[in-house]
Design a protein around this ligand. Structure first.
Ligand SMILES: Nc1ncnc2c1ncn2[C@@H]1O[C@H](COP(=O)(O)OP(=O)(O)OP(=O)(O)O)[C@@H](O)[C@H]1O
Ligand SMILES: [Mg+2]
Length: 337
């Protein structure tokens, strides 16, 4: 059975409307999350990013009702999650927690099949789905399905965690620092694999990290949160880098935000001086990232190259200066999806 045949195309929209979570009463009351509002279209990855204690995990847990909001509403496909049967709701939401949380006494195969078995799938369907998902996350089912979590590396455990969250083909995935427990090289590989997977699955994903670089890489949208559980900015990674809404956001995204944008903005986003074909100079397709164009220009030791349009015709002349000034002016901002 291929992934396509399992009907995974379902993805849900997710909306926060004035969501607040307060702990304690009276004098000692404090807000973990404060009047949070944003909307994630079906099939998009939204990353909640911000410093420790700003309310990211609390926001995530209010979606699957591990925590109940004090005020406001969370809508999954337009339906207030508080009005749904909590068990049915959780089965529709894949959840990857930090430290993965695999059950140590169950094999990898049984860990992945937890939700399908709770849903009463036949043994045959469960094992077919398990093998399919293990392959999908890059683990050979023959080798891994019978192992116990303790017999896996950190990166392999993370992959099993992702497979388990995908098992019942949920329209929404909640991922709380899913790649935080592994070293930077493994993390980067898991991020790349996950983005490739998402390209095919097109789930709606709410993803938590405290790492702005991970947020920029993974998010179609990012919600920057600050102390007190407040939303500091919401938008595409590029719009947040190009136009930080406050000093807090500017500081949080870092002084090198111009450089970060290099890997987001493409040649197609630049307005350029028209150019004819110039034999001998490098050419760039419209999807070329500015970072890649810049390294080609610097390596070729040339003052410029030719940007091509979709049809492969010369569209304009790209120079190092044009790239630098586009970044400085915050031009080429990609609209929100
Ligand atoms: N059960 C609780 N009772 C009181 N306060 C709580 C409770 N749970 C969380 N908090 C507080 O709510 C705030 C938000 O916590 P939360 O776990 O959502 O932060 P976070 O952004 O996920 O942080 P981290 O990056 O460290 O995981 C924190 O100040 C925390 O101390
Ligand atoms: Mg947290």
């Amino acid at each position: 059975m291929t992934v396509r045949e399992t009907g995974h195309a379902r993805a849900a929209s997710l909306e926060f409307h004035g969501v607040t979570k307060r702990y304690g009463r009276g004098e000692s009351a404090h807000g973990a999350v404060n009047d949070l509002s944003f909307a994630v279209p079906a099939g998009a990855i939204c990353v909640l990013v911000g410093p420790s204690g700003c309310g990211k995990t609390t926001s995530l847990k209010m979606v699957n009702r591990l925590i109940e909001p004090t005020e406001g509403q969370i809508l999954l496909d337009g339906v207030n999650v508080m009005t749904e049967n909590v068990t049915a709701l959780r089965r529709r939401i894949g959840y990857v927690i930090q430290q993965v949380g695999l059950l140590p006494h169950l094999t990898v195969g049984r860990n992945v099949a937890i939700v399908p078995s709770l849903m009463g799938w036949s043994k045959q369907r469960q094992s077919a789905r398990t093998d399919e998902l293990l392959s999908l996350v890059g683990l050979d089912p023959e080798r891994y399905r019978g192992r116990y979590p303790v017999q896996l590396s950190g990166g392999e455990r993370q992959r099993v965690g992702v497979a388990r969250a995908l098992a019942a083909d949920p329209p929404l995935m909640l991922m709380d620092e899913p790649f935080a427990a592994v070293d930077p090289i493994v993390r980067e590989r898991l991020q790349d694999e996950f983005l490739r997977l998402q390209h095919e699955l097109a789930k709606t994903i709410l993803f938590v990290t405290h790492d702005i670089d991970e947020a920029i890489k993974m998010g179609d949208l990012i919600a920057v949160m600050e102390a007190g559980g407040r939303l500091a900015q919401f938008g595409s990674p590029d719009s947040v880098l190009a136009h930080p809404a406050s000093d807090f956001v500017a500081q949080f995204v870092g002084e090198d935000r111009g450089l970060k944008r290099l890997s987001l903005v493409t040649i197609a986003d630049l307005s350029l001086e028209p150019s004819a074909a110039r034999p001998g100079l490098p050419t760039f397709g419209p999807g070329t990232k500015l970072r890649d164009a810049l390294s080609v220009l610097l390596a070729a030791d040339t003052s410029g190259g030719v940007a091509l349009d979709d049809a492969g015709k010369p569209r304009g002349f790209v120079t190092v200066d044009a790239i630098a000034s586009a970044l400085a002016e915050g031009r080429g901002t990609v609209a929100n999806p």
